[in-house]
Design a protein around this ligand. Structure first.
Ligand code: NIG
Ligand code: FE
Length: 398
C-alpha cells in the first residue's frame, strides 16, 4: 500500500498535520463535505486508516512520524486518461496555438506510432507517465486503450493497461481508422464483436468518442451500438460526449446509466436537466486541461454544480488535446477558469472522480479505508490552486 513504509504490522501515528482534508464530511455544502480537521493526526496500520482526528485526542501508536505542518488530502483520482501511446504531436499543438482548430484528425498520427512501437517501448512510456502523475499526488488512474484500432493492437493496449491499474477502459470506439473510412459500419461491427471479445477480459469499462461534429468520431446510433455491446459483455459504460459541439452523448450516457460522461463542454438545457435527474448515477467529468490546450471555451461548471449535477475533474492526459497528467494543475484551472471554489475543485478531483469510477473507499480518508493520500507542502489545501505550477504535492510515501 502506498505510504505504508512499515510492513511489520506496527501502528504508525502521523503527527503535526496542519490540515487533514478527509473529503468525507456531510455533503450539504462543498465546505462541509471536505471534512477538514485542523491540527490533526492520523494512525494507520497494515495500510489502513485506524484512527484520525484532532492531534490532542490521538491515542498511542507503536511509532510516530511528523508531517511538520503540511496538509494531507486524499490521493487524487484521475478518472480519465489515455496514458498508453507512442509518438509526438507537439507540432499539432503549436499549430493549434496559431488558430488551427482540433477535430480529432491527429489521432491517426498517434495510432500509427503506437502500432509501430514494441511492448517494451509502450511499457516504458507508460511507466514514465505514471511516475509523473504520482509525483503530482495521483494515486488512482483510469487508463483507456484507443490508439490501436485493430484487434491485436487494442487487446495489446488493454493488456498493458491492466498491468498497472484495475481501471482499464476499452476504447476501440475512439475514431474510425483510415482503413475503414469508406465502411464505417464494418468498423462498428468489428468494435462490437471480435475486438470486444479480445479486450473485454482485461477491461472494466467501455467508452466511445460520441461526437457527430467530428468526421472521425461516432454518431449517437454508432455510439449506442458500441456501448450496449460492451455492456452485454459485462463492461460498464462511460462516454466522451459533447466535447466539440452539442450532441447526443450526454443523453445517451444518462439513458444507459453510464458512470460518467466526460468533457460536457457544449450542453443544452435538456442535457443539464438529464444530468440533474441522473446525479446519483452519472457524473459529469470536466477536463479543463483540454480547453486549456486546445484554446476552447471551458465547460460551464457553475451551471452544472448550481443545478445539482455530480461533477468530477480529470486530466484526460493524451497527446492531442491535453498532454498533462498534473491533477493540481487541473484543480487550479477549475478554480481560475471554471469558477469552481477551491473546495469544489478538490472534491471533484477526489470523491467526485471516485464516484465516476463507482469506487467508495478511495478519494476520501476515513477509518477503515486505505491510507491513500497526498501531501501538500503548505498549511492549507487552498495552496493547490493558489500556487499553480509549483511542485508542492506528492503522493504519500512516494
Ligand atoms: O479525450 N476526444 C477524443 N479523444 C481524446 C483526444 C485524443 C487525441 O487527440 O489523441 C480526448 O480529448
Ligand atoms: Fe479522452
Amino acid at each position: 500500500t502506498k505510504g505504508d513504509a512499515y510492513s511489520d504490522g506496527s501502528s504508525v501515528l502521523i503527527a503535526d498535520i496542519a490540515e487533514l482534508v478527509t473529503c468525507d464530511g456531510p455533503g450539504e455544502t462543498a465546505e462541509s463535505a471536505l471534512g477538514i480537521i485542523g491540527d490533526a493526526a492520523l494512525i494507520h496500520q497494515h495500510g489502513e486508516v485506524v484512527w484520525l482526528g484532532p492531534a490532542t485526542e490521538a491515542p498511542a501508536a507503536d511509532r510516530a512520524v511528523s508531517l511538520r505542518g503540511r496538509t494531507m488530502v486524499p490521493g487524487f483520482v484521475d478518472s480519465h486518461t489515455h496514458l498508453i501511446f507512442a509518438g509526438d504531436r507537439s507540432a499539432e499543438f503549436a499549430a493549434r496555438m496559431t488558430g488551427v482548430p482540433y477535430d480529432g484528425g491527429g489521432i491517426a498520427t498517434t495510432v500509427a506510432a503506437t502500432r509501430a512501437a514494441t511492448d517494451e517501448q509502450l511499457r516504458d512510456l507508460l511507466h514514465a507517465r505514471l511516475a509523473e502523475l504520482r509525483r503530482q499526488g495521483t494515486t488512482t488512474v483510469e487508463v483507456k486503450s484507443g490508439y490501436g484500432l485493430d484487434v491485436a493492437a487494442e487487446s495489446r493496449l488493454v493488456g498493458l493497461a491492466r498491468e498497472v491499474t484495475d481501471e482499464v477502459t476499452y476504447l476501440g470506439g475512439h475514431v474510425v481508422p483510415a482503413e475503414y473510412r469508406s465502411d464505417r459500419a464494418a468498423y462498428v461491427d468489428l468494435v462490437t464483436t471480435e475486438m470486444l471479445r479480445a479486450c473485454a477480459p482485461h477491461a472494466r469499462w467501455v467508452d466511445v468518442f460520441c461526437e457527430p461534429a467530428s468526421a472521425h468520431a461516432f454518431d449517437g446510433d454508432e455510439a449506442r451500438a458500441i456501448l450496449t455491446a460492451g455492456m452485454a459483455a459485462g463492461l460498464l459504460p462511460r462516454v466522451h460526449g459533447n466535447q466539440l459541439a452539442p450532441g447526443p452523448g450526454v443523453q445517451l450516457a444518462v439513458e444507459l446509466r453510464a458512470a460518467s460522461v466526460d468533457h460536457c463542454t457544449y450542453l443544452t438545457d435538456a442535457d443539464v436537466d438529464a444530468l440533474v435527474g441522473a446525479a446519483d448515477t452519472t457524473v459529469a467529468t470536466l477536463l479543463p486541461g483540454v480547453e486549456f490546450s486546445t484554446r476552447s471555451p471551458y465547460p460551464d461548471a457553475r451551471r452544472l454544480i448550481d443545478a445539482g449535477v455530480s461533477v468530477a475533474i480529470a486530466s484526460d492526459c493524451n497527446p492531442g488535446t491535453c498532454y498533462s497528467n498534473a491533477m493540481p494543475f487541473m484543480i487550479a484551472l477549475a478554480v481560475r477558469e471554471m469558477r469552481m471554489t477551491p473546495a469544489e475543485a478538490l472534491l471533484a478531483a477526489t470523491r467526485g472522480a471516485a464516484k465516476s469510477l463507482r469506487r467508495t473507499t478511495i478519494g476520501r480518508l476515513a477509518v477503515g479505508g486505505p491510507l491513500d493520500a497526498a501531501v501538500v507542502d503548505a498549511p492549507s489545501y487552498l495552496h493547490l490552486a493558489y500556487r499553480p505550477g509549483v511542485p508542492i504535492v506528492r503522493a504519500f510515501g512516494v
